[in-house]
Design a protein around this ligand. Structure first.
Ligand SMILES: [Mg+2]
Length: 309
C-alpha cells in the first residue's frame, strides 16, 4: 500500500518555489525567506486521545485538518508566517489507504489557505491506532516572535474570540488565527501571547508563570461561545466554567499595553471579535473579579498532558 499511496500523494503536492528540492528525494530542501528566523512546532494526535475515529464526527478529513490546524495555531501564537509542513502518519492496517487519502483531503485545503507547502512526510501502517504527527515551519522577523514571557504589570489581557464547548464539534474544525495574528503584530504592540489549546484559565496561568506576573480576569467580560451554553444546558455546569476550562478553542490570549489593547478591540482584523478580559499585575498566579471588583477564586483548569505540572 505504502509506495502506491506515496506516489498518489506526491502527484498531488503542487510545486512551490520555496522548495529547492521537492518531496520525493531523501529529504526536501527549503529556501528560507531572506532575513527571517525559522520557527518550528510539532504536535502529534492519537486516536482515542485527541479524537475518536470510531465516532461519526471524526472523519479522516477532519482529523487531517485538525492535525495541521493545531500546529498552525502554535505559529499564530508566535505571530509567525506559515511556510512548510511535514506529516508523519501511522495508519491502522485494515483501512490504511482510505484513511491516508482522507487525511490528505483535510490537510490540503488548509495548507493552501495558509500558504503552507508540504515538504515531505512518512507513512507507516501498523496494528495500532491512527497517529498523525505534523511539524510546521514558519518564519518571523528577528526578535519579532511573540513569546510567553513578556507580559508586564499594567498590560491588558485580550482574548481574540469566545471560548468553551469546543467538544461539540469545533475541536475538529479548528480555525488557526495565523492571518489575524500577523495583522495584529503589524499594527500593535503585543508583549506576550499564547494560544488557547488546553483551557483559558490553564493557558492564562502558563502565560503568567512564564512572565512572572499575575493575571486578574474580570469574569463577566469573558466571551462565552454558544457551544459553551449548549454544553451547560446538557451537563448543568455553568457556561462560564466551560469557557474557562474546556480548551481546544484555539483563540489567542494576548498581553498588550492598555492603549494598544483598546485600539485592537475598537478596530480588529476582519472576522475577529476580541475582548479585553482582564489585567496583568505584579505577583503570581491568577484570580477572578466580579463586575463590582470583588475578588473571586479562579482555578487553572483544563486539559493536562501526561508529564505536565
Ligand atoms: Mg500552543
Amino acid at each position: 500500500m505504502e509506495a502506491h499511496f506515496v506516489d498518489w500523494l506526491l502527484g498531488r503536492i503542487p510545486a512551490d518555489p520555496r522548495l529547492e528540492v521537492p518531496p520525493g528525494d531523501d529529504a526536501a530542501v527549503l529556501r528560507p525567506p531572506p532575513l527571517r528566523r525559522t520557527v518550528i512546532a510539532v504536535d502529534m494526535l492519537t486516536d482515542g486521545v485527541d479524537f475518536l475515529l470510531a465516532s461519526d464526527e471524526a472523519t479522516p478529513e477532519r482529523i487531517g485538518h485538525k492535525a495541521l490546524a493545531v500546529n498552525l495555531s502554535d505559529l499564530a501564537a508566535m505571530a509567525a508566517r506559515p511556510e512548510a509542513a511535514v506529516v508523519a502518519v501511522a495508519l491502522p492496517r485494515e483501512r490504511a489507504a482510505e484513511i491516508g487519502r482522507g487525511l490528505w483531503t483535510g490537510i490540503e485545503p488548509l495548507a493552501a489557505a495558509h500558504g503552507v507547502t508540504l515538504a515531505g512526510g512518512d507513512t507507516n501502517t501498523w496494528d495500532g491506532p491512527l497517529v498523525i504527527s505534523v511539524t510546521v515551519i514558519g518564519s518571523v522577523l528577528p526578535g519579532a516572535a511573540w513569546r510567553r514571557d513578556g507580559a508586564r504589570p499594567g498590560d491588558l489581557l485580550v482574548l481574540t474570540g469566545p471560548c468553551g464547548g469546543s467538544l461539540l464539534g469545533r475541536h475538529l474544525d479548528v480555525r488557526p488565527r495565523c492571518r489575524e495574528a500577523i495583522e495584529i503584530a503589524d499594527r500593535f504592540t503585543v508583549h506576550a501571547a499564547i494560544d488557547i489549546s488546553d483551557g483559558l484559565s490553564l493557558d492564562l496561568a502558563r502565560l503568567m508563570r512564564a512572565s512572572a506576573t499575575r493575571g486578574e480576569i474580570e469574569l463577566h467580560r469573558v466571551p462565552i461561545h454558544d457551544d459553551a451554553r449548549r454544553r451547560a444546558a446538557i451537563d448543568g455546569i455553568p457556561a462560564l466554567d466551560h469557557a474557562l476550562a474546556d480548551g481546544e478553542d484555539f483563540e489567542l490570549l494576548l498581553a498588550m499595553p492598555a492603549d494598544d489593547a483598546r485600539d485592537l478591540v475598537a478596530d480588529p482584523p476582519a472576522g475577529l471579535a476580541p475582548a479585553i478580559i482582564g489585567t496583568v499585575t505584579q505577583g503570581a498566579g491568577i484570580c477572578g473579579r466580579a463586575a463590582d471588583g470583588t475578588p473571586l477564586p479562579l482555578e487553572a483548569k483544563g486539559w493536562m498532558h501526561d508529564g505536565d505540572e
